[in-house]
Design a protein around this ligand. Structure first.
Ligand code: GLY
Length: 310
């Protein structure tokens, strides 16, 4: 079958100053992931590579570019999931590494567990020889400056998604030539979050889910709201009931808005290659590639398309 990749760079009120860089970043990530699929590579490898590209890009809140917690430190969360076997690996509150998505894959492939957190996760990373980077290597000068304005979590994390200069999460979903689906999601979380706060991103069924029986989803937005409605599984549930990817994402995001007043976004691919990128925040940078056509957008209902070069 024709492979498909969809990526997002986070649903929030992306300011004009970084809108172009955000779109460029998701297009690059989608191209790199699609190159894997085109060579008959696995959906799992494609989503890992696409997310790594965004973790290495400081315009996004994941890996390099992560936001700071209340202690002025970086705590990262990520998940990766293989829809063929339902194998999953996740990490939360991991400190100061470049690529949490690859580390999550190590949890999936090298342990008997699905998630490692905090001290244990950090010890496992040390055991694997993953380099620890200084906080100032991961965070941008702008983040340090913004953090100083957001010292009180009590200001309301929901509001931050529609405030200037907050960030949120990267993710990728793919279906490969063999019809296998996968998802990956990675984040620095929410600026000035309580130390130890874990959002939706590494939580299976909330920040992501992949099942060859239906499809794959990666979510972004207000983590506490996403967890309450298990957004990724909710979208796949609607697809299992017969809804197309776009409609399933729309009704689920609408439900989250009505039920818990949370905003966010999701990218979706079905096991047949039907795909969607939907959000209820002001903006979300996203890109997809199918049959050598790249589609991308930033604002609601916006879709640009272009042929990709080999
Ligand atoms: N959606 C990312 C977070 O809430 O941590």
């Amino acid at each position: 079958m024709d492979p498909v990749i969809v990526v997002h760079g986070g649903a929030w009120a992306i300011p004009d100053q970084i809108s172009e860089a955000s779109v460029k970043g998701v297009k690059t990530a989608a191209s790199e992931g699609f190159a894997v699929l085109k060579k008959r590579g696995s959906a799992l490898n494609a989503v890992e590579l696409a997310v790594r590209a965004m973790e290495d890009n400081p315009v996004f809140d994941a890996g390099h570019g992560a936001v700071l917690d209340a202690d002025g430190e970086v705590e990262l969360d990520a998940i990766i999931m293989d829809g063929k076997t339902l194998a999953a690996g996740a990490v939360s509150s991991i400190r100061n590494i470049s690529n949490p998505v690859t580390f999550a894959r190590s949890v999936m492939e090298k342990t008997d567990h699905v998630m490692l957190t905090d001290r244990g996760a950090n010890l496992f990373a040390d055991g694997l020889g993953i380099p620890k980077l200084a906080t100032e290597t991961l965070v941008t000068e702008n983040e340090r400056k913004e953090w100083e304005h957001y010292q009180k979590y009590a200001q309301g994390v929901k509001e931050l998604f529609n405030a200037q200069w907050d960030h949120d999460t990267v993710g990728a979903v793919a279906v490969d030539c063999d019809g296998n689906v996968a998802c990956a999601t990675s984040t620095g979380g929410i600026r000035n979050k309580m130390v130890g706060r874990v959002g939706d991103s590494p939580i299976i069924g909330s920040g992501g889910y992949a099942d060859n029986h239906s499809g794959a989803v990666s979510c972004t937005g207000h983590g506490e709201s996403i967890m309450k409605v298990t957004l990724a599984r909710l979208i796949l549930f609607h697809m299992e009931q017969g809804k197309a990817a776009g409609q399933a994402a729309e009704v689920s995001l609408q439900y989250m808005g009505e039920r818990v007043h949370g905003g966010g976004g999701a990218i979706v691919v079905s096991n047949k290659g039907d795909w969607a990128a939907k959000f209820t925040t002001e903006r979300m940078a996203w890109a997809s590639v199918k049959e050598d056509i790249m589609s991308y957008g930033l604002n609601p209902k916006e879709i640009f398309s272009e042929h990709i070069q080999d």
